[in-house]
Design a protein around this ligand. Structure first.
Ligand code: HEM
Length: 399
């Protein structure tokens, strides 16, 4: 999580509005009457930070205009360049017939940075992350093989998950997989699908993907709440987790460390799904309802005030963001966190299916082989057995 935050912050530093370079002498802009010089333009093109404060406030002054009766008086006190600067820096007084939240933002300049980041590092490193995870899982399978049930099978079954729990899990899993695929179609469509299948075919796929992505998101959010409510109690950290983690879950050794209903590895999966899934949902809602939910300016203000951005060497993060920049950041955050969760879930799918003998039944029929349960969740089996002896089969509670 921390690494992701770092990565996001680094990406956001692209958006940082150029800070005043206090020590550097003020450039001589007398030749342009105070407007930007060729040197400013070249510096910006080289990707250097340019102090824009001289332009931000250089927007003319209607009150300074010559009176109407004077010669040239009707020209007013703001020139065209003044007006463009005012528009560019959000200082112009604009009214629009549509009063949507971003209707009066006529120019914002985060778009190109966002586009380049989305098409460049986001797609590249996101692709490496998913590809790398798959390669590691294949290597793991080749080295460790399938985790088998070590002991003799008993032939007895224990109920591991009720129907409602399995419904919640499969709603979450099905929606997440659909969201993952359609999200990747949106991100890699231009680079991969258009060259492979052409514009016509991609247009249909993209339209369908967008529809599925926007609508299936609700199923994911409902399922996320369901599994949180049903399983949070079993995922609170406790002492058994330390022992389980110290023994690496027994993955490479003989014997299995004792665990309750969920072992420490599963708890990590659960909390990753809850925390990252919630973050993806909130940033997704910000994209689904454009300009209505602004997440970043308030977060940056908090990071600045708490000194976190300074401690991370990021300086002051921008807190005056155009509505479109909020959307751009939401999109990047949504995609970065989704990549992280997809990588984690690939590992989960592996261990819940081919990676471990007997595991799939827990979510398939809900009934697991008792020997499997004893090996992987011994303390949980003891709890279940103790409950069974407390309430013998067929007994009805006393009135
Ligand atoms: C085809 C895909 C999937 C398979 C085969 C699968 C399989 C399983 C199995 C067998 C369990 C129960 C493990 C046990 O009995 O101890 C489980 C639990 C769980 N699954 Fe999945 N799953 C899949 C996809 C997903 C997805 C996409 C998500 C979330 C986005 C997810 C989230 C969870 C969570 C939070 C748990 C409980 C914690 C844990 O056991 O790790 N699963 N899954």
């Amino acid at each position: 999580m921390f690494r992701m935050l770092m990565a996001l912050m680094l990406s956001l530093s692209f958006v940082t509005i150029a800070q005043a370079q206090e020590d550097a002498p003020a450039p001589d802009r007398s030749a342009t009457g105070g407007a930007q010089t060729l040197e400013d333009i070249l510096a910006r093109q080289r990707g250097e930070e340019v102090d824009n404060s001289f332009r931000r406030s250089n927007i003319g002054d209607p009150d300074g205009a010559a009176g109407l009766a004077n010669q040239l008086g009707t020209l007013g006190g703001a020139s065209d360049p003044d007006l463009w600067r005012a528009l560019r820096f959000g200082e112009a007084k604009i009214t629009a017939s549509n009063d949507g939240p971003a209707a009066t933002t006529l120019i914002q300049d985060g778009g190109m940075r966002w586009l380049l980041f989305r098409e460049g590092p986001l797609a590249t490193y996101g692709g490496y992350l998913l590809g790398g995870t798959i390669v590691l899982l294949v290597l793991f399978f080749l080295i460790r093989g399938r985790i088998r049930i070590d002991g003799e099978r008993t032939g007895r079954k224990i109920e591991r998950f009720k129907a409602i729990e399995r419904f919640g899990h499969w709603l979450l899993a099905g929606s997440f997989i659909l969201l993952g695929i359609t999200g990747l179609v949106s991100l890699f469509g231009r680079k991969v699908l258009i060259p492979a299948f052409g514009h016509e075919a991609f247009a249909t796929v993209a339209l369908l993907s967008k529809w599925v992505h926007n609508n299936v998101s609700w199923a994911f959010m409902v399922a996320l709440i369901m599994i949180f409510v049903m399983w949070v109690i079993h995922n609170l950290p406790d002492r058994t987790d330390i022992n389980w983690l110290l023994k690496g879950g027994g993955i490479f050794s003989k014997g299995h460390p004792p665990a309750k209903k969920f072992n420490a590895g599963q708890k990590l999966i659960f909390w990753s799904v809850i925390v990252l899934g919630t973050s993806i949902s909130v940033s997704g809602l910000a994209l689904l309802f454009p300009f209505e939910i602004n997440l970043f300016a308030p977060t940056f203000a908090k990071l600045n005030n708490l000194g976190i951005s300074a401690a991370l060497g990021l300086g002051e993060l921008p807190t005056a963001l155009a509505p479109h920049e909020e959307m751009q950041l939401s999109q990047l955050w949504h995609a970065i966190v989704s990549f992280a969760l997809m990588a984690i879930i690939l590992a989960h799918i592996y261990i819940g299916s081919v990676g471990m003998e007997g595991a799939y039944d827990a979510m398939g029929t809900g009934q697991v082989e008792e020997q499997w349960a004893r090996e992987h969740h011994s303390l949980w089996v003891d709890e279940v057995k103790a409950k069974e002896t407390d309430t013998p089969q067929g007994a009805t509670p006393a009135e």
